[in-house]
Design a protein. Sequence first.
Length: 84
Amino acid sequence: FMREQLQRIFLETRTTTVLVSHDLEEAVYLADRVLLLTRRPARVADDVAMALARPRSDDTLSDADFVRLKSHCLEVFQREVRKG
């Protein structure tokens, strides 16, 4: 429900928004760009463009591009966790 509300507000206002999330699926679903951070000291491990069509829906979650982007982000995240 919150995803839909945030997406609706963005589509209506076209306001740049910065969200911080520990939920990778939520980040990929909502974002146009995901910055994946390293452990302390935090640096950008990867900057991933989310070229997914809007509006996004529940069908987006099973879209091949969504799955591929989420998988890539998860790989970067896991690589950074293993470094710690």
